[in-house]
Write a protein that binds this ligand. Structure first.
Ligand code: FES
Ligand code: FES
Length: 155
């Protein structure tokens, strides 16, 4: 076991983890952050996307020990005082989800995209989200949601 201290969604956690524990499993199973989900476990689908020190990472592709001393933000850390984050609100208003399984990762990746490029074209949005798969929506409304969030200055 290795002891790690990680800041997650604004709170500090110190835990013993096995060196092979994936960050996504640490978040879900030890911290109860089940808003971050697992799809492929192989870095392909993007549903496990979180922010590590403000940049998006696929949390199935990192070990929990690699987050030691760092700051993680999950989908559960976005809303403040019961108010959805503007990106969450934009997904809601633009019907950018059906089953919702891809949504946490899509939202975290969309925020990373806007952090780099606050005013992306449709093509740039599609490229920026190419590592996040959605089996339901056909992506059109996801792109619209990101455009709406960008227009509203969401970051
Ligand atoms: S579960 Fe991490 S990329 Fe699919
Ligand atoms: S809404 Fe079902 S996978 Fe995207």
């Amino acid at each position: 076991m290795t002891r790690i201290t990680v800041q997650v969604d604004g709170s500090s956690y110190t835990d013993d983890v096995e060196p092979r524990t994936l960050l996504v499993h640490y978040l879900r199973e030890q911290l109860g952050k089940t808003g971050t989900v697992v799809g492929c476990d192989t870095g392909n689908c993007g549903v496990c996307t979180v922010h590590l020190d403000g940049r998006s990472v696929k949390s199935c592709s990192l070990f929990a020990v690699q987050a030691d001393g760092h700051e993680v933000t999950t989908i559960e850390g976005l809303a403040t005082n019961g108010q959805l984050h503007p990106m969450q609100q934009a997904f809601h208003e633009n019907h950018a989800l059906q089953c919702g399984y891809c949504t946490p990762g899509m939202i975290m990746q969309s925020l990373d995209l806007l952090a780099d490029n606050p005013n992306p074209t449709e093509e740039e949005i599609r490229l920026g989200l190419e590592g996040n798969l959605c089996r339901c929506t056909g992506y059109q409304n996801i792109v619209r949601a990101v455009q709406a969030a960008a227009a509203g200055g969401a970051q």
